[in-house]
Design a protein around this ligand. Structure first.
Ligand SMILES: [Zn+2]
Length: 427
């Protein structure tokens, strides 16, 4: 397994300009390639979707056509301005497109969408001579870009063959892939069931509670306020676009805080347990509904956080010798963990569980966590393995050595501010 590391950079104004240009070229190439793919796709459908067909464009043929366009003059529909930037950015964008289309055709992903500038600057990948030292990262064409002071020494030093560069609410990040890491041997530590929640990040079957960071709630309140500010400003006004930028920054910060807390929680879990049982959330959404779960946008964000939690836990499990098992969430919130009685009436409120059969009272999340632990010993448990449709997405890591005692409350995520250092499973 390989990990990728992400850190924020601090480009000079001139470098920022170059970064924007590279992102623009990548976006242009992607959209241009997508039009070719779309045309081919329509043709293929018209032909009755033949099994073998030679009409598909691919990254290589598209790159060849793009090179021809670069040689042509602007007035002939050419793109000579692309010569000013690294050729790798559009080339890698075409590779991404190739993969996106393959995933779509295989039924693993939706039809690829055009990348609109209004949905963000996005990013690009570069290949070639990339070098990282204590203070800077050397990028082809763009030059030596300073790292944010707080991020220095975090990225793996030395030469790298590839780097991803992305923009997020006015900030720029680089991510590189580290050396191959071997899966660890089983660590022989205890087994635990984990219930993921809304109010609390996670509740463990041994009674440990992992709280959401305070900064998360604060950030969410800010988002609400900024959203109102945006809607109060006149459409198309400069004030409105200022308010929108503020809102985007608040969103990015909440994302960072959440990610940071997920990293800390999963690292702690994988380091201190030999086996972690979680619910298979792909099934959970259908079984756990109602008043206890928030709806709408919140729900979408939460589901993404739960997915991220599992993904992080699985690759950290490999690093620290911890097995991750996902069980179908059959009545985990309604079943009594003492006598096994299942009844919707057992769950009196969001937080309280009281069995109407044996009278057992407990925190509802703890009761669920114990049920999850017990579900793993039944035969229908399934191994946790999910397919990642976007294997090249940069991810985040933050090593921590948080110690915890069973039954104590553990707050993760610093209130000081989010870290943008990232790593994730790439292979
Ligand atoms: Zn009971």
């Amino acid at each position: 397994m390989r990990l990728s590391y992400r850190a924020e950079i601090r480009p000079t104004p001139r470098q920022r300009q170059a970064l924007l240009q590279h992102a623009g070229n990548a976006r242009w190439a992607y959209n241009w390639g997508l039009r070719q793919h779309r045309d081919a796709y329509e043709q293929w459908v018209e032909l009755g979707k033949p099994k073998k067909w030679k009409g598909w464009p691919n990254a290589i043929s598209l790159h060849r056509d793009l090179n021809a366009l670069k040689k042509a003059a602007s007035e002939d529909g050419g793109v000579p301005w692309m010569y000013e930037a690294s050729k790798a950015a559009p080339q890698e964008a075409l590779r991404d497109l190739d993969r996106a289309f393959k995933n779509f055709l295989a039924g693993r992903a939706r039809y690829p969408r055009f990348k609109s500038r209004s949905r963000g600057i996005g990013g690009f990948r570069l290949t070639g001579a990339i070098k990282i030292d204590h203070r800077t990262i050397q990028l082809p064409v763009i030059g030596r870009v300073p790292l944010q002071p707080g991020e220095r020494g975090y990225l793996p030093w030395g030469k790298h063959a590839q780097v991803s560069v992305t923009e997020q609410a006015g900030r720029w990040f680089v991510s590189v892939v580290g050396a191959e890491v071997e899966d660890a041997a089983p660590n022989g530590k205890p087994v635990v069931g984990v219930d993921l929640g809304v109010a609390r990040l996670a509740t463990l079957s041994d009674g440990t509670v992992i709280e959401n960071p305070k900064a998360l709630q604060r950030g969410q309140r800010k988002i609400k306020r900024f959203q109102q500010e945006v809607s109060r400003k006149k459409k198309g006004s400069a004030n409105r676009s200022k308010a929108r930028a503020k809102l985007a920054r608040a969103h990015a910060r909440v994302r960072d805080v959440r990610r940071d807390s997920l990293h800390k929680a999963t690292t702690t879990l994988a380091k201190s347990h030999g086996k972690v049982i979680i619910e298979d959330l792909r099934v959970r959404n259908m079984t756990r509904s109602g008043a206890s779960r928030k709806r709408g946008l919140n729900r979408v964000i939460l589901d993404a956080a739960f997915g991220e939690f599992r993904r992080l836990l699985e690759y950290k499990g490999k690093l620290y010798g911890c097995e991750v098992v996902a069980v179908p969430p059959h009545y985990t919130s309604q079943r009594c963990s003492v006598c096994g009685h299942v009844d919707a009436g057992n769950r009196r409120s969001q937080g309280d569980f009281r069995c109407i059969s044996c009278g057992h009272e407990a925190n509802a999340d703890l009761n669920a966590a114990i049920n999850i632990l017990e579900a793993a010993s039944s035969t229908d448990s399934l191994n946790a393995c999910g397919e990642d449709v976007r294997p090249d997405q940069p991810r985040l890591i933050r090593q921590t050595s948080l110690k915890q005692e069973p039954g104590t409350s553990l707050r993760v995520g610093s209130d000081r501010g989010p870290s943008s250092q990232e790593a994730g499973s790439v292979s």
